[in-house]
Design a protein around this ligand. Structure first.
Ligand SMILES: Cc1cc2nc3c(=O)[nH]c(=O)nc-3n(C[C@H](O)[C@H](O)[C@H](O)COP(=O)(O)OP(=O)(O)OC[C@H]3O[C@@H](n4cnc5c(N)ncnc54)[C@H](O)[C@@H]3O)c2cc1C
Length: 431
């Protein structure tokens, strides 16, 4: 058989386990080239004056990339790290190394889908094939009981049908042997990330692990087994302080150092070994929310990003940059909002309870454009995921696809209920 290397293009799936593109590439029997391209567009400044990807998020991403490079090196391989336009970079690699096939994850969001289309277009004349594989959800879209175009507009309907009709497939193991193609193809130096001015090690920081698959696995084991925190997840999940009120799996899911199927099967193992209760069910329930938003994005595409969201009629939003800056930097004068916004600013994370409150405050009290809030979250969140972020925002702003949904959070009442002693506000506003 003639040697024709195949390329695995890693994106937000920076892991070796349960990695379909890598798995299928290895099945070809051809030597594998592994590459990642950091998209230069992420470093652009938005119209709102902040970078599309802020430095805390960037640091977590780069840690995950470097960790993947280390994992591949430990197996005798190499991760080629490039920076720029991914379609150009991948095409450049294909041309120089005589690559026959590119394996990568499939996408659902418009920008990512457009990039794949562009790449396909440039690969065609080079005679190279682009294969996209499943990677991001618990349930595969082809296993759903409806075509994605007919996805229900209400989550509960989606969940009940999926629970009834779908099985979560077993995660794939790391390929036992990966035969690598040796190449001296140069790496790019990644943009410098400023040292953490306010380290993620802030005393009230709740995400206790760094980028990379081993760290994500460590967290999975710690949360489920060592701390036994899954047992009480349903009761603690609305918390605000500490590592274990919720799983904190979202940063690992966002960069793909952990797959949702891996989490699911670990939950099943825990249920068989220790206890199956409302809490173990609820973690999977939340992962189904995540799936749902991936499919909603696939169904509606770029409509998600309109000011009216998925609503038929236009919605008028205020555009007051002074109010927005106060919200963004945690200076609204409403302590519960400000504490949450400062946690986000300093650590790149905020609890789900916090997110719902600050999003409601921006859209329902200040009446500011929900997309401004979503753009700031995009810049800051280490767990930023295009579908989960933009669709949760649309949902709280009342412009999502669920016709029954119009949520308002009374901030004072929420603070009283979820931070009765003011410990959370104190932790973030004390100085
Ligand atoms: C305005 C707003 C923006 C958000 N932006 C994001 C985002 O960019 N990325 C992101 O992963 N989540 C986002 N969420 C959802 C949710 O807040 C986070 O997933 C959760 O807080 C992450 O913490 P955890 O991993 O400890 O969650 P846990 O409570 O332990 O839940 C386990 C997993 O379930 C999934 N999940 C839980 N709640 C949701 C939800 N509402 N929507 C989708 N998935 C969910 C996540 O993958 C999470 O890791 C957003 C929510 C709101 C209200």
């Amino acid at each position: 058989m003639a040697v024709q290397p195949v390329l695995v293009w890693f994106k937000h799936d920076l892991r070796l386990a349960d990695h379909e593109p890598l798995w299928h590439a290895c099945q070809t029997g051809q030597p594998v080239v592994a590459a990642v391209v950091v998209d230069a567009r992420l470093f652009e400044t938005t119209a709102l004056g902040f970078p599309r990807m802020g430095h805390i998020r960037t640091r977590f991403l780069f840690e995950s990339i470097r960790s993947l490079a280390g994992e591949l090196a430990a197996r005798g391989g190499r991760l080629i790290i490039r920076y720029g336009d991914p379609a150009t970079e991948i095409a450049g690699l294909v041309k120089s190394l005589g690559i026959a096939s590119v394996y990568t994850a499939g996408e659902v969001a418009p920008e990512e889908v457009a990039l794949l289309q562009r790449l396909r277009h440039v690969l065609n004349p080079l005679g190279a094939k682009l294969t996209t594989c499943h990677h991001h959800t618990l349930v595969r879209s082809e296993d759903l009981p409806w075509p994605v175009a007919q996805l229900p507009d209400v989550f509960t309907q989606f969940r009940k049908e999926v629970e009834r009709a779908c099985e979560v497939r077993a995660p794939l193991p790391v390929p036992a042997t990966i035969s690598f193609f040796n190449t001296e193809y140069p790496d790019h130096t990644l943009p410098a990330v400023p040292p953490a001015a306010e380290p993620a090690s802030h005393p009230a920081s709740v995400v206790t692990y760094g980028g990379g698959e081993p760290e994500a696995r460590r967290r999975l084991h710690e949360y489920i087994w060592t701390c036994d925190a899954l047992r009480t997840y349903k009761e603690t999940r609305n918390g605000l302080l500490g590592a274990n009120y919720s799983s904190k799996f979202s940063p690992a899911l966002a960069v793909g150092t952990l797959s949702p199927r891996t989490i699911y099967h670990e939950v099943k193992r825990y249920e068989a070994d220790r206890i199956a209760n409302d809490s173990t069910y609820w973690l999977v329930f939340e992962l189904l929310w995540r799936d749902y938003f991936q499919f909603v994005m696939q169904k509606f595409g770029s409509r998600v990003f309109h000011s009216r969201g998925l609503r038929p009629a236009p919605v008028v939003w205020r555009r007051d940059s002074v109010l927005f800056e106060q919200w963004r930097l945690g200076h609204t004068g409403v302590p519960f909002v400000d504490a949450n916004m400062r946690e986000l600013l300093h650590t790149g994370f905020m609890s789900n309870r916090g997110r719902q409150n600050v999003a409601s405050y921006l859209t329902k009290d200040l009446h500011l454009d929900w997309r401004w809030g979503a753009a700031w979250f995009e810049s800051q969140l280490i767990d930023y995921d295009v579908c989960s972020n933009w669709l949760n925002w649309a949902y709280v702003a009342g412009v999502g696809n669920d016709p029954r949904e119009d949520r308002y959070f009374n901030i004072a009442r929420q603070a009283e209920r979820y931070d009765p002693q003011g410990a959370y506000v104190h932790a973030w506003l004390k100085n």
